[in-house]
Design a protein around this ligand. Structure first.
Ligand code: GLV
Ligand code: MG
Length: 279
C-alpha cells in the first residue's frame, strides 16, 4: 500500500495546491497493482471536505482508500463515509468504492477506538500514529515512535494492545505508524518487533530502506511458514481421516486453535511470496 499525504507533511500555504498535484499523481503515474491511498486533513481543519471533493472527484477511479488522521470518535468516520457517498454518486463511481483507513493518534481517539473501529463498513484499516499521540499525551519526548531508554519496558504496550483488539474485533487490518529516525534501520528493526509480536499486520515505511526492513519484519520466516503448513496438513489428516480432534504434532499437542494460528502464518507468508520448502 502507498499513501500520498495532504496532511502534516504539507505546509498550510501549500494545502490547496497540493490537492491538484496529488490527484494528478494518482491519475497519471503507473501504480501497478498497488493499493493507493490519500491522507486528507483532519476534520478539525478547514480542508477536509475540499480534499475529498477534489481528490476523489478527479482521481477516484484509481484511488482505493482515503486515510483520515486524528480520528476522535465514530461520528468523524461516519461523516467521511457520508461525504464519500455523495462524491462517488456525483462522479459516477460505485458507492463504497473508496475504503477508509483511520489513524488513532489522540488521547480522545484511543478512548473511543472501539466505537471508531465499528463505525462504517468502509473501514479497512486502523493505524496508530505515535508522533501525534505522544504530543496529545504531552509526553516529555521530542521524537515520537522510538524507544525511550529511561522507561523500563514498552511505554506504548497498552496503546498497541488496545488498538489491536479493537481492530481485530471488527475484522480490520491493524498497522503501526512511522519510525522517525529514518537512518537508524537496526533500531527500527528492533522497535518494530513490539507490534509484530503482538500481531500487527505491518508498519509505515517513510523511505525505501525502511520498506525493506518492514517487509522482512512483518513476514513469517521460511521456517515458520513451513511449520504452519505442516500443522495444517497434520490437523487436516487427523480431523478428516481418523475423525480425531486434538492430536500430537511432534512434541506438541495441536487442536483447532493451532489451525487458526497456522492459517494466519500461511496467508501472510503467501502474500510475502513464500513457497513451502518441500514443494
Ligand atoms: C503519524 O501520523 C503520527 O503522528 O505518528
Ligand atoms: Mg500524525
Amino acid at each position: 500500500m502507498t499513501f500520498l499525504d495532504l496532511e502534516d507533511s504539507v505546509a498550510p500555504l501549500e494545502k490547496v495546491a497540493a490537492r491538484t498535484k496529488v490527484a494528478e499523481a494518482v491519475r497519471t503515474l503507473d501504480w501497478g497493482e498497488r493499493v493507493l491511498c490519500v491522507r486528507v486533513n483532519a476534520w478539525d481543519t478547514e480542508w477536509t471536505y475540499g480534499d475529498v471533493i477534489e481528490v476523489v472527484g478527479t482521481a477516484g477511479e484509481r484511488l482505493d482508500e482515503i486515510m483520515l488522521p486524528k480520528v476522535q470518535n465514530a461520528a468523524e468516520v461516519i461523516a467521511m463515509d457520508l461525504l464519500l457517498t455523495q462524491v462517488e454518486k456525483n462522479v459516477g463511481l460505485p458507492v463504497g468504492h473508496i475504503g477508509i483507513e483511520a489513524q488513532i493518534e489522540t488521547t480522545r481517539g484511543l478512548i473511543n477506538v472501539e466505537e471508531i473501529c465499528a463505525a462504517s463498513p468502509r473501514l479497512e484499516t486502523i493505524i496508530f500514529g505515535p508522533a501525534d499521540f505522544a504530543a496529545s499525551m504531552e509526553m516529555p519526548v521530542l521524537t515520537g515512535g522510538v524507544a525511550i531508554p529511561e522507561y523500563p519496558g514498552d511505554h506504548f504496550n497498552y496503546v498497541f494492545s488496545k488498538i489491536l483488539m479493537a481492530g481485530r474485533a471488527n475484522g480490520l487490518q491493524v498497522i503501526d505508524g512511522p519510525f522517525l529516525k529514518v537512518r537508524e534501520l537496526d533500531a527500527l528493526r528492533e522497535f518494530a518487533q513490539r507490534t509484530r509480536v503482538l500481531g500487527y499486520d505491518g508498519k509505515w515505511a517513510l523511505t525505501p530502506d525502511q520498506a525493506g526492513v518492514m517487509n522482512e519484519v512483518y513476514s513469517p520466516t521460511q521456517e515458520q511458514f513451513d511449520k504452519a503448513c505442516d500443522i495444517l496438513d497434520a490437523y487436516r489428516q487427523a480431523t478428516e481421516g481418523d475423525l480425531k480432534g486434538a492430536v500430537m504434532f511432534g512434541d506438541e499437542m495441536i487442536d483447532e486453535a493451532s489451525r487458526k494460528m497456522a492459517i494466519k502464518f500461511v496467508s501472510r507468508g503467501e502474500r510475502a511470496g513464500l513457497k513451502r520448502s518441500s514443494d
